[in-house]
Design a protein around this ligand. Structure first.
Ligand code: AMP
Length: 382
């Protein structure tokens, strides 16, 4: 028998109170849920809209305190240790499950999962010694990327190899920790599919998005991606296969490389709402954050219909170099929405907020988003 749905008035727990947790919490509060968030920082972004249980993600006692106060627990990050997730799952429904996180949070397990399910990916090798790295360089060649198996995000815990002689430095730079070695993909574009899978196995996906990264960090998203419907449909099909194989409940994001010869390779799975799905808030009937809430509460999913083409540009800490930016130009643009996460301290590379733009067509939305970002960047330089 299916567990009963968790309904307004009941309590959602979120592991992590960054901007993703905050945006899930806002949707949950709007719909009448109480929200508890586990975060080490009582002034984290989600603290503006949720009650905080203070504790590190690696602290099983704090995670249990959160879980006991909730009816269902979800998460905004894949970096909560498996042992802590298993503790939470012992006392309350955890969605997505500890098993899903175990598959995804170690890059080796994730690559193995993709391989087992015949899902296309970059060529890779598991690296546990410098000798293994030298062998992988000889077999797969350079340029290549070495990524720590656990703990990396936004291009962190990664090192690029341009020549075989870079191997020793890369191995040391990543602390001689277990790594995955990946052949560098000379991609035409990066795409992502954000989908939600309910407790009943219903799947709904948002339009395939097109992502532009700078220094390993997402810079801009355009949705729908400016590629042919068959390419978008192929990405949706692969993402659906991954979600079914994982048996995930909640939002799943699948990041792809589109190669120059038109193949889709899966770069990464994220078992959560995602930066490339931020356009859905405002552009779609149901945002990725509401979809996450609906999925983990055992409710029917909402419509993913998108009202208009949209673009999103991230606002990183660099834009705060001369103090808080003046957002008047952004607010004067009627097609733009400003989102600020409420982080007290701005650091280079730190995600402080984003802007979304809806327009008649995707090129126009992107051009407006880029113009608004360029104006803020110019202010930060003067
Ligand atoms: P990741 O954290 O693994 O998603 O990597 C962050 C970004 O680095 C990706 O979105 C790409 O822009 C780039 N990148 C990562 N792996 C590769 C690869 N194997 N080939 C080319 N670019 C990559």
């Amino acid at each position: 028998m299916k567990a009963p749905a968790i309904t307004p008035g009941q309590t959602l727990g979120i592991l992590g109170g960054g901007q993703l947790g905050k945006m899930i919490a806002i949707e949950a509060r709007r719909m009448g849920y109480r929200v508890l968030v586990l975060d080490p920082d009582t002034a984290c972004p989600a603290a503006e809209v949720a009650e905080i249980v203070q504790g590190a993600w690696s602290d099983p006692t704090a995670a249990l305190e959160l879980a006991i106060g909730c009816d269902v627990v979800t998460l905004e990050t894949e970096h909560v240790p498996y042992a802590v997730l298993a503790e939470v799952e012992r006392v309350r429904p955890l969605r997505p499950s500890a098993q899903v996180l175990k598959t995804i949070q170690d890059r080796f397990n994730q690559r193995h999962f993709l391989h087992r399910h015949d899902l296309p990916q970059t060529r890779w090798a598991n690296i546990e010694s410098l000798a293994a790295l030298d062998a992988a360089v000889a077999e797969l060649g350079v340029p290549a990327i070495l990524k720590r198996r656990t703990g990396g995000y936004d291009g962190r815990a990664q090192a690029r190899l341009y020549a075989p002689m870079d191997a020793a430095a890369a191995w040391q730079a990543l602390g001689e920790a277990p790594c995955i070695f990946e052949a560098f993909v000379d991609f035409a574009a990066e795409l992502s599919v954000v989908l939600a899978r309910s407790t009943h196995g219903e799947i709904r996906f948002f339009a395939t998005a097109e992502n532009i990264h700078q220094n390993g960090i997402l810079h801009t998203t355009v949705a729908p991606a400016r590629f042919s419907p068959p390419i978008r449909a192929a990405a949706e099909d692969l993402a659906t296969r991954a979600a079914v194989a994982l048996e995930i409940v909640g939002v799943l994001t699948v990041e792809f490389f589109l190669t120059r010869d038109g193949r889709l390779l899966i770069n990464e799975l994220a078992p959560r709402v995602h930066n490339s799905g931020h356009v859905t808030l405002g552009a779609c009937v149901t945002s990725q954050f509401e979809q996450q809430l609906r999925a983990v509460c055992g409710l029917p999913l909402g419509s993913q219909h998108q009202h208009a083409p949209a673009a999103m540009v991230n606002l990183l800490g660099e834009l705060w170099a001369k103090g808080a930016p003046n957002f008047v130009a952004v607010l004067a643009e009627p097609r733009a929405h400003l989102h600020l996460y409420g982080k007290r301290e701005a650091r280079p590379g730190r995600k402080m907020g984003h802007i979304t733009v809806l327009a008649e067509d995707a090129d126009e939305a992107l051009a407006v988003a880029q113009r608004l970002h360029a104006q803020l960047a110019a202010q930060a330089r003067v």
